[in-house]
Design a protein around this ligand. Structure first.
Ligand code: UDP
Length: 314
């Protein structure tokens, strides 16, 4: 099977590329390197630098490599930036994905795995979050991903597309052999920023808001190991290739940790008492996001193996 991975030079993309290669798939990575790193792409994959809005190039890549299915990661994914630059997010996420789907149609490829996000739920009133709960995003990033999910449903209905949309909670951690990991520039995610602080590369870690309606006043998130996410993509691919149809799944560890708890755990594991500063809230952050992953466990047999804080931080 030949799989095109857009954004395969990025964080979750590169870990999924590794998982697919280990499982015997042929992989073509297509990435414009706006955020990704070519060094993160496993040498067994074919790498092509390009933008998904480049119709002709993408069309050639899909037909020359007789692509069977697409795993679509390429996107901008920072909540804070999305609130300041919505146009960038509608262009790079919504418009670019529409271009990708149209090119797939042209090439008669109709199977796609899509990187969605827990941010589609906004401020849910109950936890854990189930896939059928209301989707009312509180930030532009989440809204762009929800628009794309709508596009996928419409393409499925009208053109026979089959898709699996994976709503990730907080991806974290690195490949166990240490060859690849999280490397964003600029880095905005909590766990890598904490570890940079512990390493002395930053003066302090900020806690964005201490007045949320949670036990210790800081936001609660569900951290899922990137290797467990990668395995879910492989299962989702097997599902649309062997069974077909379209599904939406949450992907989380089903356990919530507050920002303060993550910081305390990192201090205990590293043995370093780095400095912490309480700062105002960041725009667009919901108080609590904790998944139910029961649906993907039951339907695809997915089981998280590495998604505990210790495994993620070490
Ligand atoms: N956060 C924080 N300080 C930081 C970075 C993040 O307090 O320097 C908080 C952020 O407000 C959120 C949680 O940590 O509640 C996780 O944020 P991250 O950016 O890692 O992921 P997101 O939840 O936005 O996908």
């Amino acid at each position: 099977m030949n799989i095109l991975v857009t954004g395969g030079a990025g964080y979750i993309g590169s870990h999924t590329v590794y998982e697919l290669l280990e499982s015997g798939y042929n992989v073509v990575v297509y990435d414009n390197l706006s955020r990704g790193h070519v060094a993160a792409v496993d040498r067994r994959a074919v790498f092509v630098e390009g933008d998904i809005r480049n119709h002709q190039l993408l069309k050639n890549i899909i037909s020359n490599n007789t692509i069977d299915a697409v795993v679509h990661f390429a996107a901008d994914s920072q909540v804070g930036e999305s609130m300041e630059e919505p146009s960038k997010y509608y262009n790079n996420n919504v418009a670019a994905t529409l271009a990708l789907l149209d090119t797939m149609r042209d090439c008669k490829v109709n199977k796609i795995i899509f990187s969605s996000t827990a941010a589609v739920y906004g401020e849910p009133s109950n936890w854990p979050i189930l896939e059928n709960m209301p989707t009312i995003p509180t930030n532009v990033y989440g809204r762009t991903k929800l628009v794309i999910e709508g596009m996928l449903a419409d393409f499925a209905m009208a053109y026979g597309f089959e898709y699996v949309s994976l709503r990730y909670f907080n991806a974290a951690g690195a490949l166990k052999n240490g060859r690849i990991g999280e490397d964003h520039a600029p880095e905005t995610h909590l766990i890598p920023l904490i570890l940079k602080t512990a390493l002395g590369q930053r003066k302090e870690i900020g806690i964005f808001g201490n007045d949320y309606d949670t036990e210790d006043g800081t936001c609660i998130r569900d951290y899922i190991h990137v290797t467990d996410l990668a395995a879910a993509h492989r299962l989702a691919l097997e599902h649309i290739i062997n069974v077909g149809g379209s599904r939406i799944y949450n992907l989380g560890s089903e356990a919530g940790f507050s920002v303060r708890q993550v910081i305390e755990r990192a201090k205990a594991i590293t043995g370093i008492d780095f400095s912490v500063k309480e700062t105002p809230r960041r725009a667009g952050d919901p108080a609590v996001l904790v998944a139910s992953s029961a649906r993907i466990k039951e339907e695809l047999g997915w089981q998280p193996r590495y998604s505990d804080l210790d495994n993620i931080i070490v």
